[in-house]
Design a binder for this molecule. Structure first.
Ligand SMILES: NC(=O)C1=CN([C@@H]2O[C@H](COP(=O)(O)OP(=O)(O)OC[C@H]3O[C@@H](n4cnc5c(N)ncnc54)[C@H](OP(=O)(O)O)[C@@H]3O)[C@@H](O)[C@H]2O)C=CC1
Ligand SMILES: CC(=O)N[C@@H](CCC(=O)OP(=O)(O)O)C(=O)O
Length: 345
């Protein structure tokens, strides 16, 4: 059994990790931290886990994480970098759900996250945890940087187009929407019920920290200079993310060939569903599951291709993707413990 520790067990991605790992056949939950809830049985806070998770939270300074085989950091940016070097030295693998190891360039990270990076020597080593495009590196990694939720949709949607040099890489436009759980469980005015329900707005239009992460990754797929405009929106739902990705075709290609390109690209990726051309994927078709669904459109058969992408921000966008990485790091089937079907309605 893989001994698992979770730092940040009281947050949304933390409890989502617990939901998934509690029924994972190869995992033993060993330590779950909370600074405020030291000693409280996990199932007292989350009754959905009664009878499934029988341990208590422990404060991060008391939890003996060095006894774990792998530790997930479901914490704000800057927490994992403080503990990762010591854990790695003790032979513990680390999966960070935050951004501490996502951006290789220390100066770019510090500019966007306003945090000094305390272990830049680990940036190069960290594997970017997007399994569909980086499987082999993840398999051999001891440190994984789990991708951001929006970047997951943008990369999987744009990859086949950029890799095959079919679009103008310099004029990509991503119009993305997230449910409110994307902002985490911490108290914030913007996520109060009376602020976020029956309301809809864009945010971070002048610049969002997922732009540098996504641009740096997209740049790996093409020799042309990537130019990405990314606009996130907050939608009045709890879970779910919908990204509408626009690109200008620069080569002649039929819709059938375009579709086939995507189907071939993801035929061995159990968690990417390429829907029939012209479909309208719904966020609820991914709710609670690790699936990302996408569909291609080409209005008036013109030179704009639109990729619609949906996922559950807490599963494929965060905790499910992290478990997918853990499976690869420990030589398990990538899909182990992740075969849940989405909840409808
Ligand atoms: N929500 C989402 O959809 C996604 C989130 N992420 C990323 O995952 C990470 C976690 O997000 P989310 O679960 O939403 O956040 P939450 O705010 O819901 O939870 C954060 C957790 O971190 C703990 N925590 C906070 N500060 C510290 C600290 N200094 N040391 C140790 N533990 C701490 C909190 O627990 P306590 O106060 O009890 O100690 C809490 O359990 C973030 O980096 C986020 O950016 C990534 C993709 C999607
Ligand atoms: C709705 C909402 O607020 N979403 C968060 C992104 C989700 C997240 O926390 O992702 P990272 O770990 O990649 O930062 C935001 O825009 O800041």
């Amino acid at each position: 059994m893989i001994k698992v520790g979770i730092v940040g067990g009281t947050g949304y991605t933390g409890v989502e990790l617990l939901r998934l790992l509690a029924v994972h056949p190869d995992v033993e939950l060993t330590a779950i931290t909370s600074r405020k809830e030291d000693g409280l049985p996990v199932a007292d806070m989350f009754p959905s886990l009664r009878g499934r998770v029988n341990i208590a939270f422990s404060s991060p300074d008391k939890a003996d994480l060095s006894k774990c085989d792998v530790v997930f950091f479901a914490t704000p940016h800057g927490v994992a970098m403080a503990q990762a070097p010591e854990l790695l030295k003790a032979g513990v693998k680390v999966i960070d759900l935050a951004a501490d190891f996502r951006i290789k360039d220390k100066a770019v990270f510090e500019k966007w996250y306003k945090i000094d990076h305390t272990c830049p020597e680990l940036l190069e080593e960290a594997a970017y945890g997007l399994a569909e495009l980086n499987r082999d590196n993840i398999k051999n990694a001891r440190l994984v940087a789990n991708p951001g939720c929006y970047p997951t949709t943008m990369q999987l949607g744009y990859y086949p187009l950029l890799k095959n040099a079919l679009v103008d890489a310099g004029s990509l436009i991503a119009d993305c929407k997230s449910g409110v759980s994307g902002a985490g469980r911490k108290a914030e005015i913007a996520t109060l019920f009376s602020e976020s329900s029956d309301n809809f707005k864009a945010y971070g239009v002048a610049g969002h920290r997922h732009t540098p992460e996504t641009s740096a990754q997209l740049q790996k797929f093409t020799a042309d200079k990537v130019g990405l405009i990314f606009t996130p929106h907050l939608v009045p739902m709890i879970r779910g993310m919908h990204s509408t990705l626009y690109a200008r075709l620069t080569k002649e290609i039929s819709n059938e060939d375009l579709q086939k390109l995507f189907e071939d690209q993801y035929k061995d990726s159990a968690f990417v569903d390429v829907m029939p051309f012209g479909s309208h994927p719904e966020t609820r078709s991914t709710r609670g599951s690790n699936m990302l669904r996408l569909a291609l459109h080409r209005p008036d058969n013109g030179n704009t291709v639109i990729v619609l992408v949906v996922q559950d921000n807490l599963v494929k966008g965060a905790s499910g993707q992290a478990v997918q990485c853990m499976n690869l790091m420990f030589g398990l089937e990538e899909t182990t413990g992740l075969t849940q079907i989405a909840l409808l309605p």
